[in-house]
Design a protein around this ligand. Structure first.
Ligand SMILES: Nc1ncnc2c1ncn2[C@@H]1O[C@H](COP(=O)(O)OP(=O)(O)O)[C@@H](O)[C@H]1O
Ligand SMILES: [Mg+2]
Length: 412
């Protein structure tokens, strides 16, 4: 058992550490208190707290107290040196012979500092080591079980703090990374839009002159084939540039109270012929009692056409595509669902399909979904994709509804 004065000392140290945990804003301040208090209560020469850097697999000094300058500036130590046996992860390792302990990297330096004994206290969460406190003592002595228990309890507290801070830091790093990426994307977008604009006009000129020459060229002339290629490829460039301009423009929607069923009907009318030519059946199910929604009709029509054409491209001849509208009065929203029984999208590709220029089609621009996503977000809506390779895909867009009292027959 601990003597009463010792117990009091330990209690005070514990209280001071807990106070530091609650009042400090920086983890270093807390770790400084820990090494100082441990040194004092154990009547030691000093203590070092090292934290494992997962990337380099080395222990780096987190806090130090009581040892000479030379010690404070010692570099990181590799894990092999300090890694305790898995069975020792929650025990205090007592080093009585510093000259012959493989864990001690610089015995001479320690000896010169007057160190004759060391304690290694692993900071571990379950079977994962995150750091280590090393206590340096000037005299050999015995430690009671209660003392060792106390040291381990302090270590447990430190482990929790370090773990929490590391979690916050990694989240911050992740957010910073995302923010930088977004910033890069938007400046790239601006640059791309500028370039697209510059290229669009000369492309128009090339197309005009090539078309005129094509009209004048004699049938069978050696130029005929070349001109056709120029026209086709220039048109392809124009389609890509057009898509890029749409994507970069990020036009503010001009919203009016509209009926999504009417927009679906118009969009289906636009693509109907393409479906017919490919012998693909397009089913339309419009929700009765559709409520009005604040929409930019042109933009939403563009999204629906994009989704219908994607579905058409995904199915084989004689495939099936359906478009359905739904009303969710409880959620105050409406939805449009476009489903196909086409090739589907592999699970790891789904997250990429909204990225600009991601396309698996030889003549695709990869901008359809990127533009559609931007439009739906500008309408405070949501996109949902469910897809099974080989079976088909289902794209749902959900939009906030403008439930007009005069329109909700049920509630009136
Ligand atoms: N209904 C669908 N079924 C299978 N894959 C799809 C579907 N819709 C989109 N995709 C995938 O998403 C990619 C990106 O679509 P999109 O942005 O419209 O560009 P694009 O149609 O020009 O390829 C497509 O190339 C395709 O791989
Ligand atoms: Mg597309």
């Amino acid at each position: 058992m601990l003597s009463e004065t010792k117990f009091k000392n330990y209690f005070e140290v514990f209280r001071d550490i807990l106070r530091a945990v609650h009042s400090s804003t920086s983890v270093n301040e807390v770790l400084d208190v820990v090494v100082k208090k441990i040194t004092e209560v154990l009547n030691a020469r000093g203590a070092f707290l090292r934290i494992l850097n997962k990337e380099t697999n080395q222990f780096e000094v987190g806090a130090g107290y009581g040892m000479g300058e030379r010690y404070m500036h010692k570099g990181p130590v590799t894990t092999e040196k300090l890694l305790p046996d898995p069975s020792d992860l929650h025990k205090v390792i007592i080093i009585t012979d510093i000259w012959n302990a493989p864990r001690v990297e610089y015995p001479q330096q320690a000896w010169d500092e007057g160190v004759r004994m060391m304690l290694d206290v692993p900071l571990a969460i379950e079977d994962r080591l995150i750091g280590l406190i090393r206590v340096y003592l000037e005299k050999q002595r015995d430690f009671s079980d209660d003392e060792l228990e106390f040291i381990l309890t302090v270590a447990e507290q430190c482990t929790c703090i370090i773990e929490r801070v590391q979690l916050i830091e990694s989240q911050q790093a992740h957010f910073t990374h995302l923010a930088t990426r977004m910033e890069k994307m938007s400046s790239l977008g601006r640059m791309a839009a500028g370039i697209a604009h510059e290229i669009n006009n000369p492309l128009g000129g090339i197309l005009l002159f090539a078309s005129n020459m094509n009209k004048k060229v004699e049938p069978g002339s050696p130029f005929e084939k070349g001109l056709k290629i120029i026209i086709r490829e220039t048109q392809r460039c124009k389609t890509i540039i057009q898509g890029l301009l749409e994507f970069a423009r990020d036009k503010k929607p001009h919203k009016v109270a509209a009926d999504i069923n009417n927009i679906i009907t118009t969009a289906v009318g636009v693509v109907q012929n393409e479906f017919y030519l490919k012998h693909v059946n397009l089913e339309k199910h419009l929700a009765p009692g559709m409520v009005k929604t604040l929409l930019d009709e042109n933009q939403i029509e563009q999204v629906i056409i994009n989704l219908l054409l994607n579905a058409l491209h995904a199915v084989e001849d004689h495939g099936r595509v359906s478009i359905k509208s739904m009303v969710y009065p409880e959620q105050n929203s409406i939805a449009v669902q476009i489903a196909d029984n086409g090739c589907g999208i592999p699970a790891d590709e789904v997250k990429k399909i909204f990225e600009p220029f991601y396309s698996t089609r030889p003549d695709g621009t990869g901008l359809g979904l990127a533009v559609s996503y931007g439009i739906i977000k500008n309408h405070q809506g949501d996109f949902n994709v469910f897809s099974e390779p080989g079976k088909g895909s289902c794209f749902t867009i959900e939009l906030p509804a403008m439930i007009e009292k005069t329109n909700t027959k049920e509630g009136a």
